[in-house]
Design a protein around this ligand. Structure first.
Ligand SMILES: Cc1cc2nc3c(=O)[nH]c(=O)nc-3n(C[C@H](O)[C@H](O)[C@H](O)COP(=O)(O)OP(=O)(O)OC[C@H]3O[C@@H](n4cnc5c(N)ncnc54)[C@H](O)[C@@H]3O)c2cc1C
Length: 478
């Protein structure tokens, strides 16, 4: 695929590569500096694998001070920097450019402090999402945002993308669960934003940093909220004769003011793909499936479930199947959370990520199907229905450039549809390079110029992750 343009690499920087590497080698240990072709290769892309560029060099610092020294040096040298966590971005947020130094935080992976009394954990940015829950689960606590990539993705990357997950319907996404960060600015200064407490006086800079896609600084530590796990949790499978009926049921449940912990949607292709992989016991004689999880005491779960079942029946639900054991619950979630990997077993795919008002679900599901069929392609839908956060997986053959382009075009049409119905271009995967050129579809020139001015306060010369988020044309310096 070649539709998304990268900026031409700066020939002057490429010519100075050896001296830049020599400068970096004075700041970090040899083990923390990657320069050979073979060892740089794993950093040339992220989960948007259709695009790749070999970076100038990769640095893996172990401390905040090392991050500061490397950033200061890159600023002095005028070298672009691409911050990187685990490289699982689906929007190309961590894909480098040839004249950039990648600064990866994967070696900064210590849990620094757990404070159960105040319900917080302080962690380094390279700690994986699941490791936070792993560190506190024995005491009955968990970290709520749960991207399906949680085994691999880092807290720094979650902050970069303001990531979400199946259980964010009730508990909110990353921005609702991060209380403070240590961030290194491009000039090497180290700032503390927020802390181990709710709210802060002054501007909501933490809100700005969550979702800033590595363009404001590099987060090296985070203080996150940990929550006490509910008494019990029960996922329930609701099978519907049509996707539109399932979509209408979601809209009606949310409209009735019911907020389950999770409400996930799968259409027929997704059910087949996930069941073949996870053997989760999904019903195979339905066109659409909702996985709805309720939690609390048995009485609370029964009461909430009764209301949900009543609404589902009004919308023609065909199957209602409650999980009967912890093993069954785990299989149900394994199926849902492996959806992308399971799809990858049968075809190449682009995973789109847009958000719509939940009331528009029935219409949008129908239109998405029409759009993809018009390109002669297939789609599997699996998404966070309660949040209206769509993830159509458009299937294609990456060895066929024409088909690859069609898949990308169909994805862009779907994102435009999201905006047209009052939604937006992203739900949780960020903008990255993938949706950068669609930002003009969502925002006016004035809106974008103001956003770029804010960015420029942190990085006047556009050195931090420069090819991302904002269109390459019409960039505002300060
Ligand atoms: C199979 C699969 C399933 C997924 N499921 C979900 C899901 O359910 N929900 C969801 O939200 N996402 C999901 N994702 C997308 C991805 O996992 C998230 O965007 C994740 O937060 C990225 O984390 P990372 O550590 O891999 O970051 P990277 O991909 O390395 O980077 C992501 C962005 O953050 C910036 N960044 C990274 N670290 C830092 C830092 N320390 N300081 C400042 N900026 C930084 C990067 O520059 C980049 O812009 C999925 C991806 C895959 C492959």
């Amino acid at each position: 695929m070649s539709a998304i343009a990268f900026p031409e690499p700066d020939a002057g920087i490429l010519a100075r590569r050896e001296s830049i590497i020599a400068g970096l080698s004075r700041l970090v240990s040899p083990q923390a500096l990657i320069t050979s072709d073979d060892e740089r290769r794993p950093y040339e892309t992220d989960a948007l694998t259709a695009y790749r560029r070999l970076p100038l060099a990769v640095v893996l610092p172990s401390t905040t001070q090392e991050v500061a020294a490397v950033l200061r040096y890159c600023l002095e040298q005028g070298v672009p920097v691409v911050p990187r966590g685990s490289g699982t971005s689906l929007a190309g947020g961590a894909i480098p450019q040839e004249d950039a130094v990648v600064i990866g935080v994967s070696k900064m992976n210590r849990i620094l402090e757990i404070d159960y009394a105040n319900r917080i954990a302080r962690v380094e940015a390279g700690v994986t999402n699941l490791a936070v829950t792993g560190a506190v689960s024995a005491e009955g606590f968990f970290y709520a945002p749960d991207p399906s990539s949680q085994l691999a993705c880092s807290i720094g990357g979650n902050i970069g993308m303001n990531s979400g997950g199946a259980h964010c319907l009730k508990y909110g996404v990353t921005t609702n669960n991060v209380l403070g960060v240590t961030m290194v600015m491009l000039d090497g200064s180290i700032v503390e934003v927020g802390g181990a407490h709710l709210d802060s006086p002054g501007y909501d800079l933490l809100g700005l940093i969550n979702g800033s896609e590595g363009q404001l600084g590099i987060v090296t530590e985070a203080t996150v909220r940990i929550l006490r796990a509910a008494e019990g949790a029960r996922p329930v499978l609701f099978g519907f004769p049509t996707s539109e009926q399932a979509g209408a049921a979601v809209a009606a449940i949310i409209g009735a003011g019911i907020i389950p912990v999770a409400m996930e949607f799968m259409d027929k292709p997704a059910i087949e793909i996930c069941e073949a992989f996870a053997k989760a016991g999904y019903p195979m004689d339905v066109e659409a499936l909702l996985i709805i999880e309720v939690e609390g005491s048995d009485a609370e779960m029964d009461a909430q479930l009764a209301r949900i079942v009543a609404i589902a029946r009004e919308h023609g639900v065909k199957t209602v199947k409650e999980s009967q054991s912890a093993m069954e619950s785990a299989a149900i979630w394994k199926g849902r959370k492996s959806a992308f990997g399971a799809t990858g077993r049968i075809a190449d795919y682009i995973c789109m990520d847009g958000t719509i008002p939940t009331g528009q679900l029935p219409y949008v599901l129908k239109r998405m199907d029409e759009i993809v069929k018009a390109y002669g392609l297939r789609v599997a839908n699996v998404f966070h229905a309660g949040d209206g956060n769509l993830h159509p997986l458009i299937l294609y053959n990456c060895n066929d450039p024409v088909e690859a382009q069609k898949a990308e075009d169909a994805g862009m049409d779907i994102l435009k549809l999201c905006v047209e119905v009052g939604g937006c271009l992203t739900g949780e995967h960020g903008v990255g390079i993938e949706k950068r050129d669609l930002m003009t579809f969502q925002f006016t020139e004035t809106d974008l110029a103001q956003q770029m001015r804010v960015r420029a306060v942190f990085d006047a010369g556009w050195l931090l992750n420069p090819a991302k988020v904002f269109p390459l044309e019409g960039r505002v310096a300060a």
